[in-house]
Design a protein around this ligand. Sequence first.
Ligand code: MEV
Length: 358
Amino acid sequence: MTICSAPGKVYLFGEHAVVYGEPAVPCAIDRRATVEVTPREDDHIRVTAEDLSLDGFTVEYTGETGGDAVDLDVSQSLVEAAMAYIDAAVQQARAAADAPNAGFDIRVDSEIPLGAGLGSSAAVTVAGIDAATRALGEPLDRRQIADRAYRAEFDVQDGQASRADTFCSAMGGAVRVEDDSCEPIDCPPLPLTVGFDGGAGDTGELVSGVRRLRSEYDFAEDTLRAIGDVVREGEQIMRETVEGSQLTAAGQRELGRLMNFNHGLLSAVGVSARSLDQMVWAAREAGAHGAKLTGAGGGGCVVALGESAQTRTALEYTPGCHRAFTTEVASDGVRPQESDSWPHHETRLTLTRVRCQS
Ligand code: MEV
């Protein structure tokens, strides 16, 4: 049996503008997906998912792929999507290890809310590929895992995947994304708080909406360029305003200010939402240095930098906030775990599905 875990991510800066060649800086957060893989004698894949961070979700069933009507109080499409990523990860691991008929028992656990724009699917895919290739005796390095995971997401998302989520999850820390290139960058420890409104925007529609605005208004194009300027400024702060390995207090304030700027620019191109704005303002008023939406917007999550206990409480009491948690930048990307390290949660979800791949 092999266990690997990989982190989710937030965008410190740069979403949407990155589509037009500006840089973006996502960073890994210390909320992880964990995948356990045990090779089977046959070529079957059996997946058990525990606590995929779907609130109020309790179901236990075993059935063949397709056609099970399951009584879920969350979107079954989210669960189906999670399973599609696991299947795609298995295909990549089989190809990497030249073991096309390898079968596995797979257990998945994630502390990253599904469908919230926090990179849960990338984390499951990355951890799954690492665990499966190790289990087959053909471990990959982190860049190879990132590349395989990108290909898996590309297949599941019909060619719409960005390299950012899978690269960030595989490598950990902060990453600079520009065009097709992703590179790790130095990132001091940052106290972060995430607020989730329980929903998610449609990434494709939001990206198309920004594209329309950009073609209609020169100042929308300027706005996206200005986001690129904010990103470059943010990178400089993270590089230069550090004492020891820590960001100075002035550096934290300045980074927060840039996050506020970035949020305003994202609002200007129409990708914020009332729930996101409310959470952003609640975090700032609670003393966070700055706050912005993270990901595609339209709903989903905000990320705040600063005094996290107060910020979290403020977010929890904000109308429209479904849940909030404190976190920090995860310096570790994908990694193997001890065999007795399976996460324990107070509330458990168990979803067992048997997939027979012939
Ligand atoms: C979505 O997580 C990030 C966007 O910039 C889209 C992308 O980069 O593919 C909005």
